[in-house]
Design a protein around this ligand. Sequence first.
Ligand SMILES: C[S@@+](CC[C@H](N)C(=O)[O-])C[C@H]1O[C@@H](n2cnc3c(N)ncnc32)[C@H](O)[C@@H]1O
Length: 299
Amino acid sequence: MSESATWQELKFSTCKERVDALETWLFEQGALSVTLEDQADQPLLEPGPGETPLWDKVYVTALFSADCDLQPLLTLVPEQWVEGTPAAPTVLQDREWTRVWEDQFHPMRMGHRLWICPSWTAPPDPDAINILLDPGLAFGTGTHPTTAMCLRALDKGVIKGARVVDYGCGSGILGIAAARLGAVSVLGVDNDPQALTASAHNAERNAVDPDQFATVMPDAALIKEWAGSADWVVANILAGPLIELAPILMALLASNGRLLLAGLLQDQAAEVIDAFAPPVTLCIAEQQEEWVLLQGGSI
Ligand SMILES: C[S@@+](CC[C@H](N)C(=O)[O-])C[C@H]1O[C@@H](n2cnc3c(N)ncnc32)[C@H](O)[C@@H]1O
């Protein structure tokens, strides 16, 4: 696409109940894409598979080609769908979008041995353990504090020959890191089939053999086979699911195994710690922003 090509954008303010109707209507009017944005700073915690929660107040931005006459749309849009007077169309200069996107992701060092590197950059330290990982549909690029804290803990703790469970594996980043750090066998578990596909794909890109990193749904028989044998169980999910999963995660641990939990906020730590005690004693091992990492094991 040439640098001189231009696009136009229309931005509307609406509430979540009206988003579907407005979005459908904008596509009918020739929109090429529609983007939704939070108007406030309302956190949407991780949805279950198939769920798409929305913020209460939403900006809906529609992209049109440069030759569309957008003025009539501003008067045609049903009044009850939008709040306030929509702004005039904005003209956008074309840019090299792939580069704009790629510029947001850089190699990141995690602890002493590990680097997470996007595929379009050369690893800064070729002698380090470099995990190649590009942003995709599954969670886990290393940019989120919860993932970063787990990676640093694995970097410090995983010793050669360990057996590691990555519960809620997403992109597979933690399981792959564990395998590359020397774990002999890794079990990745996720209730989202897309995450399992992403984990297997990323494992292959990082030369981690499927025999070394199995990825399964939570009802897989393999999970029972792992009972009582994991040297490390790492789960970066959310406080609620971590509490629900406590018996399953503890059952996976070997008697001297270590548990790493992330995805919880500082003010949720006490509740999560209580759900695992006894027999597992957990404490806050690290905090980044409002997120904490819990680490511990059986007494
Ligand atoms: C925050 S992501 C973490 C991804 C990756 N492990 C990381 O640290 O970046 C949480 C993952 O847990 C999965 N998940 C959520 N609830 C789960 C459950 N009850 N059982 C298994 N997986 C679950 C989600 O599908 C998602 O892929």
